[in-house]
Design a protein. Structure first.
Length: 164
């Protein structure tokens, strides 16, 4: 499931990468991989810390503007990760982070809205996760924990339904 999200993010970030001159001399696939992983892993770190707002923002079906609170929360950790792993200048890392974060938060909007229009009740899934071991447990299990409890299976089903 996480790999599916990362692949979808990379597909959506190609245009951003093409517009940043410092990235022209870099391995684009590596830059796409690291940028997508950085944003999604930081959202998952928030979830581990009990903050589900980034995940909920990604699954709400509405556009996330550049000045949204979730973009601001993710900007510094994603920028720092890009600095460390890609060796970019601070300015370029920040530009890339600020372009990638809302794009990734918005990447599922069409899929979420299509799923909603087809009768998928995302709020129902979220409620089931919260009552079936907690949202945190469900998401963590869905993204790689060894033993999946009912919440983990529900989270995995939700993402799989959205990604159809």
């Amino acid at each position: 499931m996480l790999e599916q999200l990362l692949d979808y993010a990379k597909d959506n970030m190609q245009n951003i990468m093409d517009g940043i001159p410092e990235l022209q001399q870099m391995d684009k696939q590596k830059a796409l991989d690291i940028t997508g992983q950085s944003v999604i892993s930081n959202i998952m770190e928030q979830v581990k810390d009990g903050n589900f707002s980034g995940l909920k923002e990604m699954l709400n079906g509405s556009a996330t503007p550049l000045d949204h609170e979730e973009v601001k929360k993710l900007e510094n950790p994603v920028t720092d990760n890009l600095l460390d792993k890609l060796g970019l200048s601070k300015n370029t890392a920040s530009v890339l982070a600020l372009a990638a974060i809302p794009l990734i938060l918005n990447m599922l909007n069409n899929k979420v809205n299509t799923a909603k229009n087809n009768g998928l009740d995302i709020n129902d899934y979220m409620n089931k996760m919260e009552t079936g071991g907690g949202l945190l447990t469900g998401i963590l299990k869905a993204v790689g924990a060894k033993k999946l409890n009912p919440s983990g299976k529900i989270a995995e089903q939700l993402i799989n339904q959205i990604m159809k």
